[in-house]
Design a protein around this ligand. Structure first.
Ligand code: ATP
Length: 848
């Protein structure tokens, strides 16, 4: 262990006092979105302004009640828009806060992960390679420690730091590129060197969503089309001798109602809602567009340790003196040299106040497991530790797969090494056998490798130990001519939920792939248990990978499910090879060396618990629980969100088309205007707002993870959506006109006919919103009660409609007349007939 025991650190109370006194450890002042600004931005739309001006003018010309009502409706619409946007902004803000860097700090004698903003002077922080230094600090630990200060100095060369001497200062925003250690915070926030220079800290990226961009351009086309139609409707009315102002208002109201101004904005709402749902399932999305891509994922490349396995490690076997000792045959035997190697060459910390070793230890599970194999209580461990002092170390890293330390034991210096057996044994010249140091012969080496084979085949993770006690000096020769001691075999059981998640992936046409630094056999044993692979031919090692050129790899890669003994550098090649085969790749990573692969992947995923800052910044999503099953839930959520966006679009566009066509058809067929301006706005208010948003929280259809992933470049209107929109929009328009004509034809008078048209238009849309919940099933086949928001929204709209036609005061305002039962029959017939026919069609289709 690098420290005898943890220094106290600050108490939580003291830290809070300092935080109050000196403020947050941030450079940028948070610019919150002002609600007032959001509210007024709702009116920031040309057509709405025309409507307001036109209303005011018509108000002066006599129609005061009309003018006031129109203004009220415009304001109510703005309020609806405001609520939506405000909530979206809020959840994005929360997200930003959550995605901001965290720090491992010592408070009240315990290691805690806190938001880096809450660091104060005097805090003890833990740093390792890949971490962004969270404040200006003084380095406390000895050993190899190197920092990239290019952000501050422009120099891209790494700078060596050491706890003794002048260069012990490390600065906020710079990145640890080598080493592991503790540091004390000396300056925070604007007082840091970085604060003085100011302006760094990348926030959550506000990438533009491709889908949103496409919809924005579609929206522009639709605006033009709508305006042209509105002009035609207006001119046709005027030409037939209707009141000019009235017709002008009709045109503008229609434009307000029909232009799907919310189309692109609503995508953000859906994405943001999805993001908060994902957060509840432990996936923190850093880049909004990633949510769209998630649904297309066809390959999930996952680390093994901690993601597919529990990361709860226990030593199950020890091999030394040419013998295997398994724990199921009783207690593990003691071996002093092995105990020394695994305890001294170990980076975990312990809390001396705790007696039970399991509670006292903090650190990497592989390393805590090794200590637990030899110690039961923390006092014994401390006593053992006190016998030696660490004077130098080379921390573990996934490329070397080894760790070394130099310990001073009395007057003697001893080097201890632990790491992947093949790596360690290649550095050994001797072997320790029953207290005797002998030459490591080829036969002896084979015996050791056989033991490794034996242990790894039963899913054990192997760590070898070695030492040397002569010619010990820091430098290139430190890890040569070592004396081999033995091997520890550690079990790390697969996560229970991982097996189901793998099955879910397979049903969803997604291939799970394991990428691990661990031994081929261990990886295969775990992979087989989880059903990721079935035969050894699906496994490839890093060494074999190196022998393949890019073409050979690309030819082979579709059949490979496990990459074992790989280095982080291999991951980039793997992502590229999968992408070259047109896969949409999700890739996990934690260490700093994983960052390039995580960045290259379509969905870069960083581990929330073990991930380093650099990798987090390269990622588009952070797994808060490091769990494979969470990736699969996120993919599922991605599919749900995309489906919900399609539902939205289908509903909004077909309804708006219906509204425009109602007016256009009437003017083509020389009918009276079927809806007055206020009525048009009423339709917009009752149908566009709440029901559309409620579709955004629609629960998924049961078979969402049963089909193949969609192609990334698939149009949002693909798979028949545009036809559905056009046909249904046209039918809504035609039915409304029919209902209006029936009213006139049966002699109910213009006012009642208009009321009938109003009711038909609104009710047919409110029926259609339920149809939009499924593309395959009819309204009779879906469970209406799974989306209570939608039921509530529709009920609200119906109550609004009923009030408009039955409350005497509102009758005056909206120029409606109360409908009688026979008139309702006509309205309900024209509102429901298409949905009914469509349901019958879907029913027969699904039964044939
Ligand atoms: P994954 O990439 O799925 O997380 P992993 O955790 O097994 O896999 P690494 O952490 O790179 O990958 O470990 C690779 C090998 O290095 C292990 O199989 C083990 O032999 C050795 N090893 C792991 N941790 C340590 C450590 N702390 N000290 C020394 N050797 C280690």
């Amino acid at each position: 262990m690098n420290e005898k025991e943890i220094e106290g650190g600050l108490t939580q109370v003291e830290a809070e006092r300092r935080l109050k006194k000196y403020g947050l450890n941030t450079i940028e002042k948070k610019k919150g979105v002002s609600p007032v600004k959001i509210f007024f931005s709702q009116f920031n739309d040309f057509i709405t302004w025309i409507l307001i001006v036109a209303t005011v003018i018509s108000g002066f010309m006599g129609e005061k009640a009309d003018a006031i009502t129109i203004l009220i409706i415009v304001v109510m619409n703005a309020i609806l828009g405001f609520v939506q946007e405000f909530k979206t902004e809020r959840s994005l803000e929360t997200l930003k806060e959550l995605a901001s860097p965290t720090s491992k700090v010592l408070r009240d004698g315990k290691i805690k992960v806190i938001n880096a903003q809450e660091l104060v002077m005097g805090d003890i922080v833990f740093l390792e390679s890949g971490d962004k230094i969270p404040a200006d600090c003084i380095l406390l630990s000895r050993g190899n420690f190197m920092v990239d200060e290019s952000l501050l100095t422009g120099e891209s060369e790494g700078v060596s730091k050491s706890s003794s001497g002048k260069n012990n200062s490390i600065y906020m925003g710079t990145v640890v590129i080598k080493g592991k250690g503790k540091a004390r915070v000396v300056q925070t926030g604007m007082e840091t060197e970085m604060g003085k220079i100011a302006g760094m800290l990348q926030d959550i990226e506000k990438d533009r969503s491709p889908l949103k961009e496409k919809l924005t351009s579609l929206g522009k086309v639709l605006v033009v089309v709508c305006i042209v139609i509105c002009i035609i409707v207006t001119l046709a009315g005027v030409w037939r001798g209707q009141d000019k102002y009235e017709m002008f208002l009709v045109g503008v109201s229609l434009a307000v109602a029909a232009i799907p101004e919310g189309l692109a904005a609503i995508v953000t709402v859906a994405l943001a809602l999805g993001v908060s749902r994902m957060l509840k399932r432990n996936a923190l999305v850093r880049k909004l567009p990633a949510v769209e891509t998630l649904g297309c994922t066809s390959i999930i490349c996952s680390d093994k340790t901690g993601t597919l396995t529990e990361n709860k490690m226990t030593v199950k076997a020890l091999y030394f003196n040419g013998k295997m000792h398994k724990s199921d045959t009783g207690k593990l035997p003691d071996n002093t040299m092995m105990k020394k190697a695994f305890t001294y060459c170990n980076d975990c910390n312990f809390d001396i106040k705790k007696v039970d070793i399991s509670e006292a230890l903090m650190g990497d599970p592989t390393e805590t497991a090794l200590i637990k194999a030899f110690f039961k209580d923390a006092r014994a461990l401390k006593k053992f530790m006190d016998k030696a002092e660490r004077v130098y170390d080379i921390p573990f890293d996934s490329d070397r797969k080894m760790m070394s330390v130099i310990m001073k034991e009395g007057s003697k210096k001893v080097c201890y090494v632990k790491g992947a057996p093949e790596r360690v044994i290649n550095k050994c010249k001797y072997i320790l056998d029953r207290g005797q140091v002998r030459l490591l012969t080829a036969g002896e080496k084979n015996r050791v490798l056989k033991a490794v084979e034996n242990m790894t085949s039963s899913a054990l993770r192997c760590i070898a130990a070695a030492y040397k006690d002569s010619k010990v000096a820091a430098g290139r020769t430190l890890e040569t001519n070592l004396i081999f001691i033995g091997i520890a075999g550690i079990i790390d059981p697969p996560r229970k939920e991982a097996k189901d998640a793998v099955l879910k992936c397979k049903l969803a046409g997604i291939r799970p792939v394991m990428i691990t630094g661990d031994h081929k056999n261990t990886a295969f044993a775990i992979g087989k248990e989880l059903d990721i692979c079935s035969s050894q031919s699906q496994v490839i090692t890093g060494e074999e990978l190196d022998k393949l050129n890019d073409r050979q790899l690309s030819d082979k890669i579709q059949k490979i499910s496990i990459f074992a003994r790989v280095n982080p550098g291999h991951k980039l090649r793997i992502v590229k090879a999968f992408k070259a085969r047109n896969n949409i790749v999700a890739m996990t990573g934690d260490g700093v060396n994983d960052a390039p692969a995580v960045k290259e992947a379509d969905i870069g995923i960083c581990m929330g618990i073990s991930g380093t800052d650099v990798t987090k910044e390269a990622s588009s999503m952070i797994l808060l629980d490091d769990n494979f099953a969470t990736i699969v839930s996120a993919v599922e959520e991605g599919r749900v969100i995309y489906d919900n966006i399609r539902k939205f679009i289908r509903y909004l566009l077909s309804c708006n088309l219906g509204e425009v066509l109602t007016m256009l058809l009437s003017s083509i067929f020389y009918l009276d205007t079927p809806l007055l301006p206020i009525q048009i706005l009423m339709v917009n208010l009752a149908t566009d707002g709440l029901p559309a948003v409620a579709l955004g929280v629609d629960p998924p259809e049961g078979d969402i993870m049963k089909g193949k992933p969609r192609a990334k470049n698939e149009s949002i209107f693909a798979r028949g959506l545009s036809e559905k929109i056009i046909v249904r929009g046209a039918l809504i328009g035609v039915c409304t006109v029919f209902s209006f004509v029936m009213g006139l034809y049966l002699g109910f008078g213009l006012k009642t006919a208009r009321t009938m048209a109003l009711c038909t238009l609104i009710i047919s849309q409110l029926i259609h919103v339920f149809e939009c919940r499924s593309e395959k099933h009819s309204i009779f086949q879906i469970n209406l009660f799974t989306n209570l928001y939608l039921l509530a929204a529709v009920a609200t709209s119906i109550i609004m409609l009923l009030c408009t036609i039955y409350v005497p005061f509102l009758q005056m305002v909206f120029h409606t007349s109360p409908l009688v039962v026979s008139q309702w029959f006509i309205v309900l017939f024209f509102s429901g007939i298409i949905a009914l026919l469509n349901s019958l069609y879907l029913y027969f289709k699904s039964n044939n």
